[in-house]
Structure formats: structure tokens, C-alpha cells
Design a protein around this ligand. Structure first.
Ligand code: UD1
Ligand code: CA
Length: 457
């Protein structure tokens, strides 16, 4: 099929310089959600109609399989689809989606597609307690239960039509050749002075094309975003759905209302996630991992049985099996921790590999370092990796003990089994198995007396 996504509208009520369809939901533009859903239906042509902020929208969501049609002036939904016509294949039907309706499930669209087939006009409709603002589905018969005859917009509707609770979600499917003809006959002599896509329904009926409907699994699937209030509501619905899926897969969430997933979170068995964690990009938590409260984890992997205490912050990092991290640990890009590595409070690690059973438990900076196994990095240790112009590596071999408050001025190597005394500023390699320290000699002045405060004259 062809799929056309309408995304030209301005979104005045967003009160924002950003084009409406680029506002993020779960960390991705609204339109990116719709495109991802469209792709699941394997369309032969995928066309996005852009208008407001066209260039930005193209740049933000451009991909090889997406074509763009420009609607320079927003003259209505019918006019918008008309702009896409040159890019459509008449031998297949066309499904119309909205770029600001992000949560429609592929299964719902498949139902509509199956109902419509290649020959019928299909409309995704839903019953609303308060249908105000939506186009109403007008059906034959006094009780409005027969076949669909037309859609009437709120502003054009009579009082009796406004009482109809079945509404047009906006998502329709129609045979493309017919659609092309019907669209060419649209007029804008209506309450809004717009070319309504919905007027093609009457044309279909007049041509003897059957008009059918399908319904979504849930009402929220058809909700659109016109304001920040609605965006926030849809974000919560989406997050609730993602949390539900995790629970069903066996993940323990201390509170499913207090987790945010902005990307893809995958979990092994018996994973536990405490409250207020944010997962961004691709995150994988292996079997038995425990994530403490208030962690922010982006594009990272956490090994089996690892335990993250509260308030950790990871980006492009990997924690090995049975690691013990935090509270307040920061793992920056390029951090790869081996099995049973302990990273404690106020420790920052960047672009460093730390091998199994090593520990940096308090207040340290480990940057551009290669650290062996069973190394102990004392409190306050810093790798001085940056000379103001270039970065250099620090190598710490297996079984090293670094005394507290040491500075390792890179490039420098601490050989296997070496010990650095507390307070060492290491500027040359430390030999294996020996104690190295740089420290002013301690002295005591015997006759010294503490000054006393002089009496005022
Ligand atoms: C439309 C439907 C209405 C339906 C409602 C569901 C028509 C005439 N009405 O009404 O029956 O109940 O959606 O939300 O179709 N757009 C463009 N170019 C335009 C106009 C709109 O790209 O010239 C895009 C908008 O950005 C938006 C979508 O089409 O994504 C719907 O436009 P909107 O103005 O919200 O339609 P409604 O008037 O609400
Ligand atoms: Ca709307």
C-alpha cells in the first residue's frame, strides 16, 4: 500500500518555535513514532506531507524510504493529501495517517487495512463520551447504525449531528485511483473554508464504493497532540504501556508510574528497577540486575547480578556481571567494567577499561585509563589525563594498590603489584612490586607555640 502522513500543520497551541511533529514523545519526535508504525505495515510508498518548518522536519526524520511532499499553504486535509498524489502508486490503496497521532498500534491499522482491502473506503472510527471538535460519522437510518454516508465536521454539523458520538479519528484508507478523482472535485465552501479530506466519503458513496469502518483497540491510540497538555498526557499513557510490558515480561518495577523509557530497554530475568529511573537510547539489563532509585542510564549495558545503588548516571558504558556501582557514580562514554568491579560514590570514569575485581570506592577520576584486575584505587585519586592540549593514557596493571589522594600524570604506567603511597604525584612509571611515593618529609617543630590573641588597648 501507499502511506501518506500529514505533518504540515503549525501547531499554534504548542506555543513553541519547534514544528509540532518534532516535539518529542519518549525522547523521539512525534512524527518518528508515526513513521516507525507505518514501516511495520511495509508500505511500498511512504510519503510525509510537510509545510510548517518543512526543512527542519525533513532533516529531523529524513530516511531513504521516506519521500516528502510540500504543502506550502495549509488549505485543509484534502489539500494536504492532494500534494502527495504525484508520489503515489495507483495500483495500490492509500492509508492516511497524522504526524501528530503517535500511539496508534500496528494491529489496529492492520484491522483497518483488512476491512478496506483494495476496493473499499475504510475509516478508523471510535465512540467518544465527549465528541466535541471531531468530525462525526453519519450513518444511514434514523438510529445512525446503518452504513456510513458521510462525515460532518463539528463546525458544519447540525445539533442532531453533533449528538453523534462516533467520530472520525482521521485515519482512513481508500483506493488511490478513486481518491485522486474525488480529491480533484473537492470544494472549500464550508464553515472553515478548507478542502476537507472527509468530503471524499460522500464521493465514494455516490460512486457506489462501499464505506467501512474499523475500531482501535483503545481510545488513546487515536489521540492527537495539539498542546503541551495533550503531549504530557500521551507521554504518560505511553510510559504506562511500556511499564506494563516490562511487568508482563517479569521485570519488578517498584512503581510502574515512576519509570521513563526514552528508547529501548531490554531486560533479562529477575531484574528489579526502583523508582524514578530514566532509560535513554538502547539499554540492556542482564539477569538479576538491580537498578536503585533515581538512576539515569543511556546506551549502556548492565551485567548479570550487578547492583546499582541510587543516583547513578551512565552514558555509553558497560558494567560487568556482579558489579557494585554507586551511589552517585558517573560512568561516561567508553567505560567498560569487568566482573565484580566496585565503583563508589562520587567516582567518575571515562573512556577506561577496568578489569575484574578492581575497586574505586570513593571520590576519584579515572579517565583514559587501562586498569588491570584486583586493583585498589584509593579515595581522591585522579588520572591527570589532559595537559591542556592533548589527552594521554594511564596504565595500571594487575594487583596495584594506589594510595589515597594520588595524581597519576599521564602518560604513565604503574606496573604489576606496585603500591603508591598516599598523596603521590606520579610523573614517571612505577616499577612492579615496589612501594613508590612522592611526598615532602614530615617534620615537627619542637619549640613552636600557637599565637594567642592580643588584648585590646
Ligand atoms: C480532522 C478531520 C476530523 C477528525 C479530526 C481528528 C478533516 C476535514 N477533519 O479535523 O474529521 O475528527 O481530524 O483529529 O479532515 N494537516 C495538514 N495540512 C492541512 C491541514 C491539516 O498537514 O492543510 C494535518 C495537521 O497537521 C494534522 C492533521 O492534518 O496532523 C489533522 O489536521 P487538523 O487541523 O488537526 O484536523 P481537524 O480539523 O482537527
Ligand atoms: Ca486535530
Amino acid at each position: 500500500m501507499n502511506i501518506v502522513i500529514l505533518a504540515a500543520g503549525m501547531g499554534k497551541r504548542m506555543n513553541s518555535a519547534l514544528p509540532k511533529v518534532l516535539h518529542p514523545l519518549a525522547g523521539r519526535p512525534l512524527l518518528a513514532h508515526v513513521i516507525a508504525t507505518a514501516r511495520q505495515l511495509s508500505p511500498t510508498r511512504l510519503v510525509v506531507v510537510v509545510g510548517h518548518g518543512a526543512e527542519r522536519v525533513r532533516e529531523a526524520v529524513g530516511a531513504d524510504d521516506v519521500a516528502f511532499a510540500l504543502q506550502a499553504e495549509q488549505l485543509g486535509t484534502g489539500h494536504a493529501v492532494t500534494q502527495a498524489l504525484p508520489l503515489l502508486d495507483d495500483s495500490r490503496p492509500t492509508l492516511v495517517l497524522y504526524g501528530d497521532v503517535p500511539l496508534t498500534e500496528p494491529a489496529t491499522l492492520r484491522r483497518l487495512v483488512a476491512e478496506a482491502g483494495a476496493e473499499r473506503f475504510g475509516i478508523l472510527t471510535v465512540e467518544m463520551d465527549d465528541p466535541t471538535g471531531y468530525g462525526r460519522i453519519v450513518r444511514e437510518g434514523g438510529d445512525n447504525t446503518g452504513s456510513i454516508t458521510r462525515i460532518v465536521e463539528q463546525k458544519d454539523a447540525s445539533a442532531a449531528q453533533r449528538a453523534i458520538r462516533e467520530i472520525n479519528t482521521g485515519i482512513i484508507m481508500a483506493p488511490t485511483g478513486h481518491l485522486r478523482r474525488w480529491l480533484s472535485t473537492l470544494r472549500n465552501d464550508n464553515a472553515q473554508g478548507e478542502y476537507y479530506l472527509t468530503d471524499t466519503v460522500e464521493r465514494a458513496v455516490a460512486d457506489g464504493v462501499e464505506v467501512v469502518s474499523a475500531q482501535p483497540g483503545a481510545l488513546w491510540e487515536t489521540l492527537g497532540v495539539n498542546s503541551k497538555v495533550q503531549l504530557a498526557e500521551l507521554e504518560r499513557i505511553h510510559q504506562r504501556n511500556l511499564a506494563q510490558r516490562l511487568l508482563e515480561a517479569g521485570v519488578t518495577l517498584m512503581d510502574p508510574a515512576r519509570i521513563d523509557i526514552r528508547g529501548e530497554l531490554t531486560c533479562g530475568r529477575d531484574v528489579t528497577i526502583d523508582v524514578n529511573c530514566v532509560f535513554e537510547g538502547r539499554v540492556h539489563l542482564e539477569d538479576g540486575a538491580h537498578v536503585g532509585a533515581n538512576c539515569v542510564i543511556r546506551n549502556s549495558t548492565v551485567g548479570a547480578g550487578a547492583h546499582l545503588q541510587p543516583f547513578c548516571h551512565f552514558e555509553d558504558a558497560s558494567v560487568g556481571a556482579h558489579g557494585r556501582i554507586g551511589p552517585y557514580a558517573r560512568l561516561r562514554p567508553g567505560t567498560v567494567l569487568g566482573e565484580d568491579v566496585h565503583i563508589g560514590n562520587f567516582v567518575e570514569v571515562k573512556n577506561s577499561q577496568i578489569a575484574a575485581h578492581s575497586k574505586a570506592n570513593h571520590l576519584a577520576y579515572v579517565g583514559d585509563a587501562t586498569v588491570g584486575s584486583r586493583v585498589n584505587i584509593g579515595a581522591g585519586t585522579i588520572t591527570c589525563n589532559y595537559d591542556g592540549a592533548n589527552k594521554h593514557r594511564t596504565v595500571i596493571e594487575d594487583d596495584v594498590f594506589i594510595g589515597s589522594d594520588s595524581q597519576l600524570v599521564a602518560p604513565v604506567t604503574v606496573r604489576r603489584g606496585a603500591t603508591l603511597g598516599a598523596g603521590t604525584t606520579l610523573t614517571k612509571d612505577a616499577p612492579a612490586g615496589k612501594l613508590t611515593l612522592s611526598r615532602a618529609k614530615q617534620m615537627t617543630l619542637d619549640g613552636w607555640q600557637r599565637p594567642v590573641k592580643q588584648a585590646k588597648k
